[in-house]
Unconditional design. Structure first.
Length: 670
C-alpha cells in the first residue's frame, strides 16, 4: 500500500488512469487522513477521477469532519467540477448530511446558502422543513426563491402557512416561486387567499396554475374568466388549470362546471379559444380541445376535424362532435363536399363513430372511390352505423387488392352479423369454401360473429395451419362447453402454433373437463405449448390444476419455469407461494428474479429467511434485484443489511446500487 505522500503526488500525474488509481489507493487509508486527497481528486479535470473520488469517499462512511469539508467545497466558485462533486456527495449521503447542512443555512456566503437549500431539497428529508422555512426571509433573492422552490419539492404541508405568509412580499418573482411551491405541495387552499393576486398581470398565470392544483369548486368562476384573458399565455394556463381542476372535482361539481362551460356555447369568446388551438404546446392543445369538447360549439367543428389527424387528441375531438350533435354533423357534411380525400376519410371515420345514419349515401360513394384510404374509411363506417342494405357492396370489397380495405370489409360484416345475418352467412360460406387460405381465415371471423360453432369446428380441420389457429381462437371465444372436444383434438396438431391456440382456448372454455387434456399438454415437445397449458390451468384453477403445475416445477426450466411461477402468483395461496419460494434456488438468474418480483407483492416475511443466500448469489443482477426489493420492503430497517452487503460486495455496479439505497434510507430511524 502506497503511503499518503506518494498517493498525493500521483494525484497530479499527467496520466488520468494513474490519478484514478491513486484515488483507489487513498481509500485504503483512514478517512481522517485521506479526505484532503480525495477532495483534491473531486476537483480533477477528468470526470472519471472525480466520480471515483466521490464513490470511494462515500464507501468510507464519512464522519462529521468529512461532511463539513464537503460543505466547505461548495464555496469553490473557481472549480465547477469540484463544487458539483461536493453537491453529488452530499446528496448521496442523504439524511446523514442533513444536521450539518442545516448549520450552514446562515453561512456568510449567499452562494453556499443557496447550494445548501438545493441539496436539502433534493435529499427531501422532512426534518429540514423548519430550517428551509427560515430561508424564506433570506436577504438574498436567489436563496429565498430557492427556499420556496425546495419546500415545494419536498411537498410537506407544514410549509403551506409559511409560504402563504411570504406571499406578502412585494417581489413578484419570489411570489412566482411561492405559488409554484404551493401548487407542487397540492394542499387544498381557499381561493380567497389567491384571488387578490390576480390583480397583478404578472402573477395571473402562476395564480391560475396554482388554482388548478389546489383550488376547489370556488375557483371555477375565476378560471372560466381566465380562459378569455387578453394575454394568450394566461388564457392557455387557465385552460390547462381548468381541466386539471375538473379531474379533482366530485362528479356533482364536475357536472356543474360542465354546465357552466356549455353555457358559453354561442358566445363570442369561443372564437378566442379556437384561435389558441395553434399553440405549439401539446398539453395546452389537449386542454383547449377538452374544453371545446365539453362546450360543444359548432364553430370548433373544423378545428376539431383537423385535430382528429393527431391520434393523441382524436378521442377528445370525437367527444366534442358528440356534444355538438346534429349541428356538428351539418358542418361535417358541408366540409365533406369540398374536402380532400384524407379529410373525407376522417369525416367518414367520425360519422361511423357517431353512428350517423344520414351519411349512408356518402359512405356508399366512398366505397366506390379509387383511393384505398377512402374505401377503407367508408366500409368501416358503414359497419359501425349498421348499414345493412349495403352488405352486398361491402362483400364485393373482399375482392379488393388492398389488404386494409379487405380487412375493413370483414370488420364491417362482423358488425352487421346481428342485423343482416343472412347476407353475412352467405358471404361467410363463400369465403369458407374458397381455395384461398386468407379468405377461409376471414370466414372464421364471420362465423365467430354469427356464433356458428359447427362451421368453425369444420375449419379447425382445415389444411392450412393459420386457418386452423384462427378457427380455434374463434371457437374458444364462443365459450361453449360443447366445443371443448373440437378444441381438445387440436392439442395433437402437427403445428405448434395451432397447439398453442388450442391450449389457450381450453382455458377460456368453462368446465373441469378441460383439465385432463391440458395436463397431457404439459408434456408437449414445444415449450410455448407447455406455457399456454400452464396459463390455462391457472385460469381454470382448482387442486388438480395446482397439482399439475407444481408437478411441472421440478422438471421445467427457462421460459416454462418462469411461466409456472407467474401462473402460481395469479393462483395465490400459501401452497402456491411456497412453490414460488423454491424458485429462489434455481440456477437460472431470470427465474430467481421472477420469483423475487412475485414474492415482493405478498410482503416482506420471506426476506429474512432468504437474505443471506440472495445477497451472496453468484449472479450480480440477482443481487441487485434483491437489494432493491429488500430496501423497498424494509425501508430504513434494511440499512444494517445493506451495509454488510456493501462490505462484502466486489462488483462495482452492485456496490453503486447499494450506495444509492443507503443514501435513500440511511439513518431514517433517527
Amino acid at each position: 500500500m502506497d503511503d499518503l505522500t506518494t498517493l498525493r503526488e500521483k494525484l497530479t500525474a499527467l496520466d488520468e488512469e494513474e490519478r484514478r488509481m491513486a484515488v483507489i489507493g487513498l481509500a485504503c487509508h483512514p478517512i481522517a487522513t485521506a479526505r484532503e486527497g480525495l477532495f483534491v481528486a473531486m476537483g480533477d479535470g477528468s470526470w472519471r477521477v472525480r466520480k471515483e473520488a466521490v464513490n470511494k469517499l462515500l464507501d468510507m462512511a464519512p464522519d462529521d469532519g468529512t461532511v463539513d469539508g464537503l460543505i466547505a467545497l461548495l464555496a469553490s466558485s473557481e472549480n465547477a467540477g469540484l463544487r458539483n462533486s461536493a453537491v453529488e456527495a452530499l446528496e448521496r449521503l442523504g439524511t446523514r448530511a442533513v444536521p450539518l447542512l442545516l448549520e450552514h443555512l446562515k453561512d456568510p456566503d449567499h452562494d453556499v446558502r443557496k447550494f445548501v437549500v438545493d441539496i436539502l431539497g433534493n435529499i427531501g428529508d422532512r426534518s429540514c422543513i423548519p430550517g428551509i422555512v427560515t430561508c424564506l426571509e433570506d436577504p438574498d433573492a436567489n436563496v429565498s426563491a430557492a427556499a420556496a422552490e425546495n419546500l415545494g419539492k419536498i411537498g410537506d404541508s407544514r410549509a403551506v402557512q409559511p409560504l402563504l405568509a411570504a406571499l406578502a412580499s412585494r417581489d413578484v418573482w419570489f411570489r412566482y416561486s411561492i405559488l409554484g411551491a404551493l401548487a407542487r405541495i397540492g394542499e387544498p387552499l381557499s381561493v380567497a387567499v389567491l384571488a387578490p393576486l390576480t390583480a397583478d398581470n404578472l402573477l395571473r398565470r402562476p395564480v391560475f396554475e396554482c388554482m388548478g392544483a389546489v383550488g376547489g369548486r370556488e375557483a371555477v368562476p375565476l378560471l372560466v374568466d381566465g380562459i378569455f384573458d387578453r394575454i394568450r399565455a394566461v388564457r392557455e394556463t387557465a385552460a390547462s388549470a381548468l381541466i386539471k381542476l375538473r379531474e379533482r372535482l366530485s362528479v356533482e361539481d364536475a357536472g356543474e362546471l360542465d354546465a357552466r362551460l356549455v353555457g358559453l356555447r354561442g358566445t363570442p369568446g369561443i372564437d378566442v379559444l379556437v384561435a389558441n388551438l395553434d399553440s405549439p404546446d401539446q398539453s395546452v392543445r389537449e386542454s383547449l380541445v377538452g374544453l371545446l369538447a365539453i362546450i360543444g360549439d359548432e364553430r370548433a367543428a373544423l378545428p376539431l376535424l383537423q385535430g382528429c389527424r393527431d391520434e393523441r387528441i382524436r378521442r377528445l375531438c370525437l367527444k366534442g362532435f358528440r356534444a355538438m350533435g346534429e349541428r356538428g354533423m351539418a358542418v361535417l357534411r358541408t366540409a365533406f363536399a369540398s374536402g380532400d380525400d384524407d379529410e373525407k376519410a376522417i369525416i367518414m371515420h367520425l360519422w361511423g363513430e357517431m353512428g350517423f345514419a344520414p351519411a349512408a349515401p356518402q359512405l356508399r360513394e366512398g366505397m366506390r372511390s379509387d383511393r384505398a384510404v377512402m374505401r377503407r374509411a367508408a366500409v368501416v363506417a358503414a359497419g359501425k352505423i349498421g348499414l345493412a342494405e349495403a352488405a352486398g357492396e361491402i362483400g364485393e370489397l373482399l375482392d379488393n387488392a388492398d389488404p386494409e380495405v379487405r380487412d375493413g370489409a370483414v370488420a364491417a360484416l362482423v358488425r352487421l352479423a346481428a342485423v343482416a345475418r343472412e347476407s353475412v352467412e352467405a358471404v361467410a360460406q363463400t369465403l369458407g369454401t374458397s381455395g384461398d387460405a386468407d379468405r377461409r381465415r376471414d370466414a372464421t371471423r364471420l362465423y365467430a360473429a354469427l356464433s356458428d360453432a359447427e362451421r368453425l369446428a369444420l375449419l379447425v380441420k382445415d389444411e392450412n395451419p393459420v386457418v386452423r389457429r384462427s378457427a380455434l381462437t374463434a371457437l374458444a371465444g364462443l365459450r361453449l362447453p360443447a366445443t371443448l372436444g373440437s378444441i381438445a383434438m387440436a392439442l395433437v396438431d402437427e403445428d405448434p402454433d395451432v397447439r398453442i391456440a388450442a391450449a389457450t382456448g381450453l382455458g377460456e372454455v368453462d368446465g373441469a373437463a378441460a383439465v385432463d387434456p391440458l395436463i397431457l399438454s404439459l408434456n408437449d415437445d414445444d415449450p410455448w405449448v407447455r406455457c399456454a397449458a400452464v396459463r390455462s390451468l391457472g385460469r381454470i384453477g382448482g387442486e388438480r390444476s395446482l397439482d399439475a403445475i407444481e408437478g411441472l416445477f421440478s422438471q421445467a426450466e427457462g421460459v416454462v419455469l418462469i411461466t409456472v411461477l407467474e401462473t402460481l402468483a395469479g393462483m395465490s395461496g400459501e401452497r402456491a407461494m411456497a412453490v414460488v419460494k423454491r424458485g429462489l434456488e434455481n440456477p437460472d438468474e431470470e427465474v430467481v428474479k421472477t420469483a423475487i418480483a412475485i414474492l415482493s407483492r405478498v410482503g416482506e416475511s420471506w426476506v429474512d429467511e432468504c437474505r443471506e443466500r440472495l445477497i451472496s448469489h453468484p449472479h450480480w443482477d440477482v443481487r441487485c434485484t434483491f437489494i432493491r426489493t429488500m430496501a423497498h420492503l424494509l425501508g430504513g430497517e434494511a440499512v444494517p443489511h445493506l451495509k454488510r452487503a456493501l462490505a462484502s460486495e466486489e462488483d462495482e455496479l452492485v456496490r453503486r446500487e447499494i450506495r444509492d439505497m443507503l443514501g435513500r434510507y440511511q439513518y431514517v430511524q433517527s
